[in-house]
Design a protein around this ligand. Structure first.
Ligand code: PEP
Ligand code: MN
Length: 380
């Protein structure tokens, strides 16, 4: 407590390290707490202090009974914590604030709401949205249109479908490319649904932007930093899917990359993690990530129970679970003929199943929407 109060005082005294990124300014200042080993020598401590001061950090050394602790405040981009960590006698470095800045609730307490030209909104107190469609867009346009029309009738707002598919095996169908994008655009024209599709390669950015309303970055590319940089520079909203073995902090830092490069319209998507038990489910859908992310970030988050479970019968219960814990929407795979689907048929609903499941999901969404607009009690 004393440490924190002291750091707040320090904070006020320090010069500010702001720089501009698009239309936002970022405070690059960090507060590091460097804990020295119990047997660290005076010389070890002085070396750390000298290095920090050389990089214009404000430093406070506190001699504890067992450990010496050094509080340091300054611009982390001029001195990486790794360099301090590597010095003799340094036990551990802790940070007061989360490393993601633009994505954090500290910077922006109110929820980010992403609005589309047709009035659809994602995030905040808005009604949770539904994004549905086949895993891959296939040759049969009529099949895609059938799904899109059912989606429209059920009040869904987005048609999702892959044109460029990341496939584990090089022998699997990897998408129709531009033809699929054209099909999606044609289905948008027929139904008014907004189009979501995945971008796998920066070289296709202009092409995908031309057809899509929302660009998806898939789980496999969550840490493809060059790709994140390219979508950061475009002006379309981005759905960022959580990597199958990524922590929540890594997930938010990936979003930070997009925002840092100038695009603040990021929608997060929890789509399940690799777990030790894949006997019954393809992935482990991390439902708790939704309220955790809501606590630490202002960005909207949706859940994808299709990839999150790999099982058709689990779509409804897990979509409901995600919505109940506060998700701003769901992404579900729907195919006109799942048993013939070229990818992910097992986790896709058929059109009759889609109608049944979404009739029930919609009534849950209606109820939750009423609650979402009501004040929420804050429990720490
Ligand atoms: C998809 O949405 O079709 C997809 C490939 O998802 P993920 O990146 O989550 O595996
Ligand atoms: Mn899929």
């Amino acid at each position: 407590m004393v440490v924190i109060l002291y750091l707040i005082v320090l904070f006020d005294l320090l010069p500010e390290f702001y720089y501009n990124c698009g239309n936002v300014s970022i405070n690059k200042e960090v507060t590091m707490i460097i804990i020295m080993e119990r047997n660290a020598t005076e010389e070890n401590i002085q070396t750390v202090v000298d290095l920090l001061e050389l990089h214009e950090f404000k430093v406070l050394v506190k001699q504890g009974d067992v450990h010496t602790v050094i509080d340091a405040l300054g611009d982390k981009t001029t001195l990486s914590p790794g360099r301090i960590e590597a010095l003799d006698g340094v036990k551990q470095i802790k940070f007061i604030r989360e490393p993601f800045r633009l994505a954090s609730r500290d910077r922006k307490p109110e929820d980010t709401v992403i609005e589309f030209s047709n009035g659809v909104k994602i995030g905040g107190a808005n009604r949770p949205v539904s994004m549905v469609g086949p895993c891959s867009v296939e040759e049969d346009y009529e099949g895609l249109l059938e799904v899109a029309q059912a989606a429209k009738e059920l009040g869904c707002q987005f048609l999702r479908g892959g044109a460029f598919k990341p496939r584990t095996s090089p022998y699997d169908f990897d998408g129709l490319g531009e033809k699929a994008l054209q099909y999606l655009a044609k289905a948008r024209e027929a139904t008014g649904l907004l189009v979501v599709t995945e971008l796998m390669d920066s070289a296709d950015l202009d092409l995908v932007c031309h057809y899509a309303d929302v660009i998806q970055i898939g789980a496999r590319n969550m840490q493809n930093f060059k790709l994140l940089k390219s979508v950061g520079k475009c002006n379309k909203p981005v759905i960022l899917k959580r990597g199958a073995a990524s922590t929540i902090r890594e997930f938010l830092l990936a979003a930070e990359h997009i925002m840092y490069n100038g695009n603040e319209q990021v929608i997060l998507c929890e789509r399940g993690l690799k777990s030790f038990d894949s006997a019954f489910t393809r992935n482990l859908l991390d439902i708790s990530a939704v309220p955790v992310i809501k606590k630490y970030s202002h960005l909207p988050i949706i859940v994808d129970p299709s990839h999150g479970t790999g099982q058709r019968y689990l779509i409804e219960p897990m979509a409901k679970a995600g919505l109940v814990v506060g998700a701003d929407g769901v992404m579900v795979e729907v195919h006109h003929n799942p048993s013939q689907a070229l990818s992910d048929g097992k986790q896709s609903l058929s059109i009759p199943q889609f109608k049944e499941v979404f009739t029930r999901l919609n009534s849950l969404i209606d109820t939750l929407h009423l609650e979402k607009s009501a004040p929420v009690l804050s429990v720490e």
